[in-house]
Design a protein. Structure first.
Ligand SMILES: Cc1ncc(COP(=O)(O)O)c(C=O)c1O
Length: 359
């Protein structure tokens, strides 16, 4: 294999995760494949979901992302979560992309009798995108006047993993919205508010879930009740091995000083591959089923690790950056904890230079 760094995408696991989630929620899945399917490769992932009956839509952030999927032959419905700007309208039409409309400026852009059914988003507590409940009557008036087909009503949970009170209040608020539409004889096909963390909540009037991270195998919280397994593992190569003498400094800025004679290795994976630089002096890789601690600052293309306690290691050996090897494992969550961020960010940051290999 000619790649110095690669990410293995386990398509069987992706399939299994989606099945396990579907069997648990028994609702249609709107699969979130934005941001290159959280770094997994949106085309590959979408091609897998394309054949699943219970995956009804693919959700992207922008019409550009939707266009890329269409150009690769994806025919399933594509929902653009980030809505539309004026200059993007033609792209929506040309590639049959469904916009999520979340404010009046977007609603105005939609031509009367628009040929593509849209989803309307309401803000029930995140204060990001979405109409306010106070705007409901005006929304109803405009969509009737413009004769726009509403295929979906949606909202979003910002804190389903940490704030039960807010989440329950959102479920109630959203129900009022759905009921008001129903009283106005509008009963859209898809009603969705639950993200992965939101799956632990009961939303009896919702008939679909809009999920990303759990499909990719990351539990949104400890007590997540559905069995999911990590889909992506990231690997690289050891490209050099050398010795350090006590007192030698390592890497840019010399932030590590050897307190004894050491054996070190240079791994072909740096911050340009997606390794957060703030893992400098605190992260580790797995080599020969052992932890190799990161020494000094992570550099653009390489990272230096401690090989002093690792036997039988040679230039060209595989290095596990994220994944499981024997009894040792480093997960997206572990890395996120070390960097004080979330697994989503680590996944999305794995860069284009890291070749995706589909298993
Ligand atoms: C609007 C929206 N819906 C659904 C999701 C999926 O969330 P999760 O990956 O936590 O399931 C996201 C993720 O960022 C989102 O922005």
């Amino acid at each position: 294999m000619l790649h110095r760094s690669w990410a293995e995408i386990d398509s069987k696991r992706l399939l299994e995760n989606s099945k396990n989630i579907f069997n648990y929620v028994k609702k249609d899945i709107l699969a979130v494949v934005k941001a290159d399917a959280y770094g997994h490769g949106s085309v590959v992932v979408s091609k897998i979901f394309e054949n699943l009956d219970y995956v009804k839509k693919l959700c992207v952030a922008t019409s550009e992302e939707g266009k890329e999927l269409r150009e690769e032959g994806i025919t399933k419905d594509i929902l653009v979560l980030g809505g539309l700007l004026k200059e993007e309208l033609d792209q929506f039409l040309e590639y049959r992309l469904q916009p999520v409309i979340s404010d009046f400026s977007q609603l105005e852009l939609i031509p009367d009798e628009f040929s593509i059914p849209i989803h309307l988003k309401f803000d029930t507590g995140m204060n990001r995108l979405g109409f306010n409940i106070s705007e409901l009557e005006k929304v109803l008036y405009l969509i009737k006047k413009k004769k726009i087909k509403i295929e979906g009503l949606m909202s979003h949970f910002p804190s389903a993993d940490v704030d039960e009170e807010l989440t329950e209040s959102q479920i109630k608020k959203f129900k009022k919205i759905v009921d008001t539409f129903s009283k106005n004889s509008i009963s859209p096909k898809y009603i969705h508010i639950q993200n992965s963390a939101g799956l632990i909540y009961e939303c009896s009037y919702c008939n679909s879930v809009r999920i990303g991270i759990s499909l990719y195998g990351e539990k949104p919280m400890e007590k997540f009740p559905i069995s999911v397994k990590t889909v992506m593992s990231v690997k690289s190569k050891l490209i050099s091995i050398k010795s350090l003498k006590k007192g030698d400094k390592v890497s840019y800025g010399g932030t590590f000083t050897a307190d004894k004679n050491m054996k070190i290795g240079i791994v072909a994976f740096g911050y340009a591959d997606g390794l957060p630089r703030n893992l400098s002096n605190k992260g580790y890789f797995i080599i020969n089923n052992k932890r190799a601690k990161i020494l000094g600052n992570v550099t653009m293309d390489m990272t230096i690790v401690d090989l002093s306690d690792i036997q039988n290691v040679n230039i060209g050996d595989d290095v596990l950056i994220i994944g499981k090897n024997g009894s040792e494992e480093i997960s997206f969550n572990d890395l996120a904890n070390l960097c004080e961020t979330i697994p989503y960010e680590i996944m999305c940051r794995i860069s284009k230079r890291v070749k995706r290999i589909i298993l």
